[in-house]
Design a protein around this ligand. Sequence first.
Ligand SMILES: Cc1cc2nc3c(=O)[nH]c(=O)nc-3n(C[C@H](O)[C@H](O)[C@H](O)COP(=O)(O)OP(=O)(O)OC[C@H]3O[C@@H](n4cnc5c(N)ncnc54)[C@H](O)[C@@H]3O)c2cc1C
Length: 432
Amino acid sequence: MTQTLDIVVVGAGMVGAALATGLGQAGLRVALVDRAPAPEADTRREPDLRVSALSVGSEQYLRRLGAWSGIEQQRLTPYRRLSVWDQTASPLSALGRTPPRTTFSAAELGASHLGHIVENRVTQYALWQTAAGQDSVTLIPEDAIVAMTEATDQVEVILESGKRLNCQLVVGADGGNSRVRELAGIGISRDQYQQQALVASVRYTGPVQDITWQAFYPSGPRAFLPLHGDGPESWASLVWYDDPAVLAELKALPEDQFLARVQQAFPADLPPLTALAGRASFAIARQHASQYVSGRVVLVGDAAHTINPLAGQGVNLGFQDVECLQGLMREARRAGDDLAAPHRLQSYQDQRRPANRRMMLTMDAFYYLFSNRLPPLHLARNLGLGLAQRLPFARNQVARYAMGLAPETPPGLAGLLSRLPRPGFIKSQKGS
Ligand SMILES: Cc1cc2nc3c(=O)[nH]c(=O)nc-3n(C[C@H](O)[C@H](O)[C@H](O)COP(=O)(O)OP(=O)(O)OC[C@H]3O[C@@H](n4cnc5c(N)ncnc54)[C@H](O)[C@@H]3O)c2cc1C
């Protein structure tokens, strides 16, 4: 039997589930399809291995959707300070001086916090609940898109189960290996970074910290993201970027040896570690769809763009995509227009593609600047960090961009980006 809807959203990750909620609230009839089972409430004390730094901009969006309270009812950890420094050995270390460090602080911005670290399963569960709460949203878990046929005024989606869905618009929110993108014949450019990221959930002695930090080594950054408390101890997510061979060796170590290696390799700021709940490594790639729109198909989130997770911006950009798209769909419905009217979809692409590209280039600039052993670059980044610490105005502009509160790259940063060469990648590929 064929079901008729306004929009089919394929992929109910954090981005797709947010979009379905927003479209449902606008009165649109939506099907939200995911090949995974519906997420369940999780009461385990150990954190999910996958966590995201959600910006204040994302928090505001999720509050407007009504999903933030669902996150608060589970758990989240605010961070009020963010510190970045260069840990490369330098003439300064020989003099016993600590390398320059830039610390962004909520207090300096007159804000209560800079963002929150939230486990992905917490955000996804809260968003599934808000999507399920909309009368006009049909959730279809454990099913996947296999084919799509476009006609002049509609598109038919065929699912693995044999279900058929007719709609005006299909949204690909199905992640980096998007099947919707492939079925629509949209090409991508993909560059795989030389580094991979090892993520570990660890417990440490002491209260929950209100700081997230990232120390840059020539082999890649090492980062600390605070999570919830657990009695006299607390949880954190650690990220170690390095050569894949180094990470493979680390992953194979028994728990006690792994913790000892991390303790010794991370900066002294890392509190004493007591337990490991999980670890996994991820290949990191930069990927950008050549277009976000084709006929009656539109891409959002990682299906459209995957960026270096260095500054934790991926899902934050995805939320900006869907807020933009849901606004345009609301206008289209009000005007009685076809939801796939080319001028509206083009407007979405024109607003989101350049903004996402700017953030990708910013991440590349950091990757290049900090993964480099060249002495002039070493000096430049230390001077830059020292200067940033002494210039609160510039520092606050960067903080507002990272918090998702300022859409444009700060001018100084934009100038730097235009002058830096492209970083080294191990594999590059262009799709159809
Ligand atoms: C190590 C690491 C750390 C990160 N840290 C951060 C961070 O701190 N902050 C941040 O903002 N971002 C971070 N990111 C990026 C962030 O995780 C992603 O940008 C985000 O998860 C993308 O969400 P999405 O909903 O677009 O895609 P996904 O999360 O990939 O969801 C896609 C969904 O589509 C479904 N699906 C796939 N194919 C099909 C199909 N054929 N049919 C039906 N359903 C399908 C999948 O089951 C899945 O549920 C990090 C990424 C990595 C790798």
